[in-house]
Design a protein around this ligand. Structure first.
Ligand code: NI
Length: 174
């Protein structure tokens, strides 16, 4: 298991557009393994390659801890509905903000064998997919926050009942 350094907002690598992956080399496979390790170690639900300093269109997502998805060159095919709730990012630890996202997303991507597949997600998975894909174009969720960016630590006193993801006090980071 190899952990990579998660880049923090302000790092220029997080503001660049990533390049398409042409083929899955052993280095790419190693990168994906490391991204999964790094995401799990940080208790995140998603991680995009630029967050570990690599400008390639690769994303890993696992919203349940037992359902890892690897998305290479992902493209959104369809979105529907709306959800408004707390969002967080591993590149901005300890912060959260309210963001409105589609409640349903269908995406196509390539797997590690460069076979094309489709992934559908609702709620947290849909939120994670759009959040990660924005990283591939150099964008962070803070650009979409409604109201103020908050400290995660201030949330517990704010309200016992959270709408949105229903994920409780600590928003998922991706
Ligand atoms: Ni993020």
């Amino acid at each position: 298991m190899a952990l990579r350094n998660i880049r923090i907002m302000g790092d220029p690598v997080l503001e660049k557009k990533c390049k398409e992956v042409k083929d899955v080399t052993p280095r790419i496979k190693e990168l994906v393994e490391d991204m999964l390790d790094t995401m799990y170690e940080a208790n995140g639900v998603g991680l995009a390659a630029p967050q570990v300093g690599i400008l390639k269109r690769i994303v890993v997502i696992d919203t349940t801890g037992e359902d890892p998805h690897v998305l290479i060159n992902p493209e959104i095919l369809e979105t529907a509905g709306e959800q408004t709730g707390h969002e967080g990012c591993l590149s901005l630890p300890g912060k959260t903000g309210i963001v409105t996202r589609p409640n349903y997303v269908k995406v196509k991507a390539y797997d590690l064998d460069m076979n094309e597949y489709e992934l559908e997600g609702e709620e947290l998975l849909a939120r994670a997919i759009v959040h990660e894909l924005e990283h591939l174009d150099g964008h962070m969720y803070v650009e979409k926050v409604e109201g103020e960016l908050m400290n995660v630590s201030s949330l517990s006193s704010e309200s016992d009942e959270d709408e949105g993801d229903g994920s409780g006090d600590a928003p998922e980071e991706a």
